[in-house]
Design a protein around this ligand. Structure first.
Ligand code: SF4
Length: 190
């Protein structure tokens, strides 16, 4: 599918949104690593909901969404579903978004075993442990889910993190209405 992100929008710059779910923000750091091209980027797009600008909620649809991290709790799911609802094109960026990444290592055991190991029986637990259960804590999912198992994802940008050049290639292709296809040399799968 060839995507024209600004199709149907008024003559304004395309809007870009990003979010981090269960990830380490390394993919956002890689986005910042495009360095001087950040100036070019803000000439090409208007930044919408994004950790970089502290905007808290969508107030309109956006053209491109970049999502970092997978879904480990119900808050991640709600944020991702909201992103899907507002982004015409949604890109899974990085190993955590694409396959769960390091957080998905907990999928090797049950959630109960994971919590008991971390809070009750693990080697770093001192004294009688307690499993946090506050009302303000988002409920953990039974396992960590990649984004495409929760919502439809249009494109995948692998890497941990994807390089700044790969992110730039993908973004500029989408903005030009082309299929994002970073050269093989720019792609990493670890
Ligand atoms: S893919 Fe790697 S860099 Fe990106 S959020 Fe996950 S652990 Fe961090």
């Amino acid at each position: 599918m060839l995507v024209t992100p600004n199709a149907g929008l008024a003559e304004s710059k395309p809007r870009l949104a990003t979010c981090s779910l269960c990830g380490c923000f390394g993919c956002h750091m890689s986005l910042l690593d495009i360095d001087a091209r950040l100036i070019e980027l803000i000439e090409l797009v208007d930044l919408d909901l994004c950790p970089l600008d502290d905007k808290k909620a969508f107030d309109r649809p956006v053209d491109i969404g970049l999502v970092e991290g997978g879904c480990a709790n119900e808050l991640n799911v709600r944020v991702l579903q909201d992103f899907r609802a507002h982004c015409r094109v949604l890109v899974s960026v990085g190993a955590c978004a694409i396959n769960g990444g390091v957080p998905a290592m907990r999928n090797l055991v049950t959630l109960r075993e994971c919590l008991e190991s971390v809070y009750l029986t693990g080697p770093i637990v001192e004294g009688p442990g307690v499993i946090p259960n506050g009302e303000d804590l988002p409920l953990l999912l039974d396992r960590v889910y990649p984004c495409h198992e929760v919502v439809r994802i249009d494109y995948f940008l692998p890497g941990c993190p994807p390089s700044a050049d790969a992110i730039w290639e993908g973004l500029t292709a989408l903005l030009a209405g082309r299929e994002p296809a970073p050269p093989y040399q720019l792609l990493k799968y670890e």
